[in-house]
Structure formats: structure tokens, C-alpha cells
Write a protein that binds this ligand. Structure first.
Ligand SMILES: [Zn+2]
Length: 279
């Protein structure tokens, strides 16, 4: 049993008893952990607003090891990202990000680089100025920042698809040629000729999460059409150093649709806030 200082976000909280809550934290040091916050439901809680969702906090945690629940003894807000809470579309984008972390990462599996990406993305959503914010929807700029984050998240968690060449014949997409197909179950792309051929490659699922097919039902096809222009942009995403600074609206909408499709496949259901993320 050791007292550990940690830094991170509260992703979820559920009431546990008359006075306590169980919180899910996503920390730089230990990744995702669950901890008991004693007294968190009291009127004069020792945590005050330091258990609000998506505040960056410094925690003191008694790590018990094994299957025992950790104990959260202290939480102090470092950054509340207050600008996010004044614009609902940006808040929804931040909640979507929290859902990706809560459901797409394992307990006690830290991702220090992803931690930095989460903080930078939340800071961007918080600091977006009124000149670009759009009433009732995510701005094109915010939408693009979110897409870049999601590709980085996929690369950091080991689920970034390969967009470089056709899975079956190795053809490299060239701009303005025929429509390609993305296969969510293998995380690969296929040229129009090979897709039409329906080769045996389609039965070779290399990385399928165990829940995918059963919970989505037979109606959800793993294939999704995508243009070579969008594939060109997708091939450079995932690596934060190589992200294109801006892309045409048409390509951004294609990449949003691709992510909606792929994240739905990975999770086995539609992420809750997909309808609010714009195009
Ligand atoms: Zn091919």
C-alpha cells in the first residue's frame, strides 16, 4: 500500500454510498484507475469541485494493488478548461474525448504521449476564440482538431489503420482515381478492383475486438467507401508531426464519417456523442 501523487482527469463518477463516490481517473502515471472518494457526496465535500468531469487535477491516491479499489484522498484542480463549458459543442467534443479514453484504454496502462495530446486538445477547445466558434455546432477548426486527436489516439492505443496501400494487391492510392474501400475489421484499405473481386483477403481479420460483430448485429457492414484524396490525408494523420494543417471541407467530412464508422466498429456500438461532432 503506497500513497502516490498523480495527475489526470476524472472521466466518470458513480454514487457508492450515502457519502462516497467511485470515480474513474485517467492519469499520466498509471493510466485508467478506479478509486473510492470518501465524503465526496457530503455537502461540505473535501474535494469541492475537484471531482468535476474533465478538470485536470493533481491527485493523492492510496494504491492498494491486486483487485482492491484505490482510495482517493486528495484532488486539486490544475486546469478547469473553463472556456469549454461556455460553448456546448466544444463541451460535447470534450465528452467524446473522455468516452474514448474511458472505453478504449485498459486499466493500469499509462500512455504518457497521449496524455499530452489530451491536454493540448482540451486546451484548444477551451481557448477557441469567439471569431471561429459557431452557434450550436462545432466549428470547422474545432472539428479538424478533434479529428487529428482521434487519429493520434488510434495510433497511441494500437488501432491506427494502415492507409498506405491496397491490402490485397499493394497498389498505392493516387489522387483522383476511383473510390477505395476501408475495412474496419482488418483496419486496411482495398482498391476498387480487389474489392469488386471479393478476394479471400476479406476473411482474414487480423485485429477484430471480440465484441464487435455480435453487439452491432448483421446490418453493420465493416466496409466503408473513401476517396483517395481522403486516404492521402488519413495516411499523414496519427503522427502529430506530420498532420496536414488544414484540409478541404469535403475531405474533413469524409474523415469524420470514416472515424464514426471505425469507432463504432471498435466499440461495438455508436459512441454517444457522434451526432454532435459535425462534419
Ligand atoms: Zn488492390
Amino acid at each position: 500500500m503506497a500513497m502516490l501523487p498523480m495527475e489526470g482527469w476524472v472521466l466518470k463518477g458513480i454514487d457508492y454510498s450515502e457519502t462516497s463516490r467511485i470515480v474513474t481517473l485517467w492519469t499520466k502515471e498509471k493510466g485508467k484507475i478506479r478509486a473510492l472518494a470518501k465524503g465526496a457526496r457530503r455537502l461540505k465535500s473535501p474535494f469541492e469541485n475537484a471531482l468535476d468531469l474533465l478538470n485536470l487535477c493533481r491527485f493523492q491516491v492510496i494504491h492498494k494493488g491486486g483487485n482492491s479499489l484505490d482510495l482517493l484522498t486528495e484532488s486539486r484542480v490544475v486546469d478547469a478548461y473553463s472556456g469549454i463549458r461556455s460553448h456546448l459543442p466544444n463541451l460535447y467534443a470534450a465528452y467524446h474525448l473522455a468516452e474514448l479514453l474511458a472505453e478504449g484504454t485498459e486499466d493500469l496502462d499509462p500512455h504518457p504521449e497521449l496524455f499530452g495530446g489530451v491536454h493540448e486538445t482540451l486546451q484548444w477547445f477551451s481557448r477557441e476564440g469567439p471569431e471561429t466558434r459557431k452557434p450550436g455546432r462545432l466549428s470547422p477548426e474545432a472539428s479538424w482538431v478533434l479529428i487529428q486527436f482521434e487519429f493520434f489516439y488510434l495510433s497511441q492505443t494500437g488501432y491506427l489503420p494502415s492507409f498506405r496501400h491496397c491490402h490485397a494487391c499493394n497498389l498505392v492510392p493516387s489522387l483522383n482515381n476511383a473510390q477505395w474501400t476501408f475495412q474496419a475489421d482488418t483496419g486496411t484499405i482495398t482498391c476498387d478492383k480487389c474489392f469488386g473481386y471479393q478476394s479471400p483477403y476479406f476473411s482474414q481479420s487480423t485485429k477484430m475486438p471480440p465484441h464487435s460483430k455480435s453487439s452491432l448485429g448483421a446490418l453493420f457492414a465493416p466496409s466503408h467507401p473513401i476517396s483517395p484524396d481522403a486516404l492521402d490525408a488519413a495516411g499523414r494523420l496519427g503522427n502529430r508531426g506530420q498532420c496536414p494543417e488544414v484540409v478541404a471541407e469535403k475531405i474533413r467530412r469524409e474523415l469524420r464519417a470514416l472515424l464514426n464508422h471505425y469507432l463504432t466498429w471498435l466499440r461495438g456500438r455508436r459512441p454517444k456523442l457522434i451526432g454532435f461532432l459535425g462534419g
